[in-house]
Design a protein around this ligand. Structure first.
Ligand code: ZN
Length: 259
């Protein structure tokens, strides 16, 4: 009797494995469409030039249109951003980009996982800043050591490879809870991220980054961290569009500098 049952389970297992193989084989033979994976950059179709919205609330309130098209020209304007003091701290005059889409795709996925893993522990995180322009980095540099030690080009934020977060309790940003930071930091480290809470100058517990082993100099030279290609088959296309959007933001923020 026992033998019969285990035989049955074995047969079922084989059938299930075969079914799984069939699906994989289908995936292998269908043509790969990179744009299916680019839905991060989908945005609403617009007739006239859009005025740049000035707050995340306005973006949230904007009604979505029925038709969606891939906008490779103005997609950067859809990125969420926040103004100074949104999370109670002085972060300079230029707005901070808070959109996950502004990050390198591989790093972005690790950060999504960080948010999920923290959520599972009952910790809600907000994004303070994701991608950072050279103009914004220079602003921090001028604001002093408390903000950054890195000049333009030397921060991981400028390559979409760093993010600043803060835990939110009762709708308020909690900056001073060291034990809470430690839990968040360790969660990020388990995902292979470098955590700014290990640094002394400045102690930067909201900061996470990943460079795949590359140095600042490598990044300045234009090198990109190695990423498993089978998981990110559209990486090059996505990065090309991302770089274009970064440049658009750069232009917009250097205009702020000149004012
Ligand atoms: Zn940072």
């Amino acid at each position: 009797m026992m033998q019969k049952t285990s035989k049955g389970i074995l047969t079922l297992t084989i059938i299930l494995s075969l079914a799984n193989l069939t699906v994989k084989a289908q995936d292998l033979f269908s043509t790969y469409d990179c744009r299916q994976h680019a839905d991060l950059f989908y945005e609403t179709a617009v007739e006239e030039p859009v005025e740049i919205v000035t707050s995340a609330t306005e973006i949230a309130q904007a009604e979505p249109e029925a038709t969606v098209v891939i906008d490779t020209i103005n997609g950067w304007q859809q990125w969420s951003f926040v103004q100074n003091f949104t999370y109670g701290k002085d972060r300079g005059a230029m707005p901070m980009i808070t959109d996950l889409n502004a990050l390198h795709p591989y790093f972005r996925d690790r950060i999504k996982q960080l948010f999920a893993d923290c959520e599972a522990q009952g910790i809600r995180l907000a994004i303070v800043e994701s991608y950072r322009t050279h103009a914004k980095q220079n602003e921090y540099k001028v604001m002093g050591r408390k903000y950054t030690n890195s000049g333009a080009g030397r921060s991981r934020h400028q390559y979409g490879l760093a993010i600043d977060v803060v835990p939110i309790i009762d709708s308020a940003a909690v900056w001073e809870d060291k034990a809470l930071w430690k839990r968040i930091g360790v969660t990020g480290e388990k995902l292979g991220l470098r955590w700014g809470g290990r640094w002394k100058k400045p102690y930067d517990p909201g900061h996470f980054e990943w460079t795949g082993g590359l140095t600042s100099t490598n990044l300045i030279q234009g090198m990109l961290p190695p990423v498993p290609e089978d998981q990110y088959p559209c990486l090059q296309e996505d990065l090309k569009l991302l770089r274009k959007y970064w440049r658009e933001w750069e232009t917009a923020q250097s205009a702020i500098t000149r004012k």
